[in-house]
Design a binder for this molecule. Structure first.
Ligand SMILES: [Fe+2]
Length: 235
């Protein structure tokens, strides 16, 4: 007697790629295997597998959040917000384990390729490291380059404020700190200036946009939300 035909089955393969199995007329007849687009949960697992440090995980969350907002602002009507978010979350996921320019982000790109992430996300991630010479020829790639260093810089700016918050931060004070070479020296100013130029937006406007984008996730990235109780932010 034949077994009932399931419409589809999903499985998690050993290398982390999820797939949908489509069955034929009998239970045992697999007629098609379709690899599924990794979800945000998959991406978070991948990040945590390679990144144990809290500050780099927070940076991943910050850039993910900025990229989700950037999809709507810079990506046009067809931009996939979830994909833009994945590019932001995973752009540095291999950095803790493979920090040299010989390895980052090449190792990460290879791992992502093996786990079924689409080429255009990997392409954008490769482009955020200028030394790869991978062209930033998509809006996703341009936006990632323009938000990555800026996110790090804005968090550094907030952390030296008495409020430890972005809520009372003015764009003018961020611009002033960009000119102060002694402040947050690891943040590459040239990348920020070049990023907004490639994106085709004024620096002030982009700084304002990223500050506003990050405000809702301040509690998750180590900052304070002014006027919001801890109970509300941890919910
Ligand atoms: Fe980064």
């Amino acid at each position: 007697m034949q077994q009932a035909r399931p419409s589809e089955r999903r499985l998690l393969k050993a290398d982390g790629r999820r797939a949908k199995l489509l069955f034929g007329d009998t239970f045992s007849e697999v007629c098609e295997v379709r690899l599924l687009m990794p979800t945000r949960e998959d991406a978070w697992e991948l990040l945590c597998e390679y990144t144990k440090g809290e500050s780099l995980r927070r940076h991943a969350l910050a850039v993910e959040t900025a990229m989700r907002a950037a999809a709507a602002r810079y990506g046009g009507p067809d931009a996939n917000v979830d994909e833009w978010g994945l590019a932001g979350m995973l752009h540095d996921f291999d950095y803790e384990m493979f920090p040299t320019a010989d390895e980052h982000p090449y190792k990460g790109a290879t791992i992502m390729c093996g786990r079924g992430y689409p080429d255009h996300i990997i392409h954008a991630i490769m482009g955020h490291a200028t030394y790869t010479n991978v062209p930033r020829d998509t809006q996703m790639a341009k936006a990632l380059f323009a938000t990555d260093e800026l996110c790090g810089f804005l968090v550094a700016c907030a952390l030296v404020r008495p409020s430890k918050s972005l809520d009372d931060m003015e764009v003018s004070s961020v611009k002033k700190k960009l000119k102060d070479k002694a402040f947050a020296r690891t943040v590459n100013r040239d990348d920020i200036y070049q990023g907004v130029q490639e994106l085709g937006v004024p620096l002030e406007e982009h700084i304002r946009f990223v500050i506003d984008a990050l405000r809702p996730v301040q509690a998750q990235i180590g900052l304070n939300r002014l006027g919001v109780s801890e109970e509300a932010t941890s919910a």
